[in-house]
Design a protein around this ligand. Sequence first.
Ligand code: SF4
Length: 265
Amino acid sequence: MERIEIHQSTIGDLEMCPARVGQKDVEGFTPVISEQALFGTVLHKMIAMNLNGATADSIVLSGFKELVEKTVVDEFVSKGQEPDLELADGMVAELIRGFNLWQKQAPPIEPYLIEETMEARLAVFEEEDYEIVLVGTPDVFTQDHVLWDWKTSGRPWKDGKAEASIQIPLYIYLVEQNYDVDIRQGNFFIYNRGSEEWTLHETYPSEEFVDSSLARAIEYGRLMHAGIYPATPLVYKWGKPERGWYCSEQWCPAWKICPYKNLGI
Ligand code: SF4
């Protein structure tokens, strides 16, 4: 049976422009590596190490620069690109500040699971012989049944952003299916790199929102199975078309090869 694997990040890409997913196996597709994403990856590692029992001192004193460099090198190598170690040098001091602030500002968290990758079948189509499987890695699931997700951002999150995100609903399903628990709360804890502060955004997805998020994931899985990847380079502001921010050399991995990027522009 064919397996269609769907991740929250895939849904994010499909919602911006399906063609960037459809072209991922074309020669010249160049995964985007951003300083912001690398910063977030290392900060996640530091927090996970701390929640797993490592002391703050042991994380930032011994071999920390090497940890940052290794993360940067691994990311570039896994995406077939030449590592840029200047990126690592530039973020070391800020990472330590962000982590120290996390220690001061995060509420007490008693983890049950830390960065565990899990999967759950969303749908099976016997006649067409394929299944759609959701895969994800929640940052933390706590003993009091709350999902936590850390993110870094250059500016404060707008009101309603946490509630609109389908990440928590999808992860609720993953954890419920794998651990047979009932979850109603997800917390985004956002590090604003501009103001250097963490803020908490709680969300309580309804059953209807969880169901509709799963339905969206299944629908995208069906489109992937059918190989339907329309290009949507445009967004509309007050009825006027303009290029979406994601359709750019900086943010689209398909930019170099995409024949659709000038559609309607
Ligand atoms: S370059 Fe633009 S149109 Fe092409 S895949 Fe990327 S976002 Fe879509």
